[in-house]
Design a protein around this ligand. Structure first.
Ligand SMILES: [Cu+2]
Length: 206
C-alpha cells in the first residue's frame, strides 16, 4: 500500500479539523448547564460507556455472537449450497434416527411452507435467511430465535403435544412482515411417517 506523505494540502485539512473540534469544545463549555443537570449527564454517559464496554468485552473475549453456533453461510448462494439447496429443505432423518429440519426464511415466507414432525422427539432445526434479518417464533413453545443473514441459527427442541403450530416471523422484515408465517403439524410419535423413503428418492433423483 502506498502511503501518501503529509503535504501542505492535507496538513491544512488536519489543521481545520483540529480547529473545528477546539471550537466545538469551547462552545460546549460556554453553554450554561446547571450543576445537578451536569451530574445527571455524567451519570448517563457513564452508564452508556459501561454498556458499550460490556458489549465489547462480551463480543471479543467471551465470544458472544449471533444465536446458536457461529456457523457462517453465504446467503446469496443458498440455492447452490448442498445443505440448503431446495431439494434438501424440510424434515430429514439420518441412520441414527436423528431428525433435522432445514428451513429458509425469506421475504415473506418460511420454506417449506408446511412440515410434519413427531411429538415428544428431539428435533434439530437449522434456519438460514436468504435476504434480511428475520426471526422465528412458535407460540406455546420455547422456539424463538433471530435468523441473521450469513449465519445458521440452530435450535434443538421438542413438541410435547400433537397439534398445529404456527411459525411466525418476529423481526420486522418489510411491508409483508405480518404475512410471513408457516405451519408445523405435530403428529403423535406412533403416527408419524419418517420421510426416509422421500429422502432416498430425492437422493436417487440427484
Ligand atoms: Cu418478518
Amino acid at each position: 500500500m502506498k502511503i501518501e506523505p503529509i503535504t501542505p494540502k492535507n496538513h491544512d485539512l488536519i489543521g481545520k479539523v483540529v480547529d473545528f473540534i477546539r471550537d466545538f469544545c469551547t462552545q460546549i463549555r460556554s453553554v450554561h448547564v446547571d450543576h445537578l443537570e451536569r451530574k445527571w449527564i455524567n451519570i448517563a454517559l457513564l452508564v452508556v460507556g459501561l454498556l458499550v464496554a460490556i458489549i465489547t468485552i462480551d463480543a471479543f473475549f467471551h465470544g458472544i455472537n449471533p444465536p446458536s453456533k457461529v456457523e457462517t453461510i453465504d446467503s446469496a448462494k443458498l440455492h447452490l449450497s448442498k445443505e440448503f439447496a431446495e431439494s434438501n429443505l424440510g424434515v430429514q432423518i439420518d441412520d441414527q434416527g436423528n431428525i433435522t429440519i432445514r428451513m429458509v426464511a425469506g421475504r415473506y415466507s418460511f420454506f417449506p411452507k408446511h412440515i410434519a414432525v413427531p411429538a415428544e422427539t428431539k428435533l434439530t432445526f437449522r434456519w438460514v435467511s436468504m435476504d434480511v434479518l428475520h426471526g422465528v417464533h412458535i407460540p406455546m413453545t420455547n422456539m424463538s430465535t433471530m435468523i441473521v443473514p450469513g449465519h445458521v441459527a440452530e435450535i434443538t427442541t421438542s413438541f410435547p403435544k400433537p397439534g398445529e403450530y404456527p411459525v411466525l416471523c418476529n423481526e420486522y422484515c418489510g411491508l409483508g412482515h405480518n404475512h410471513m408465517w408457516s405451519n408445523i403439524s405435530v403428529v403423535a410419535k406412533e403416527d408419524w411417517l419418517a420421510p426416509s423413503k422421500l429422502t432416498a428418492n430425492k437422493e436417487i433423483k440427484q
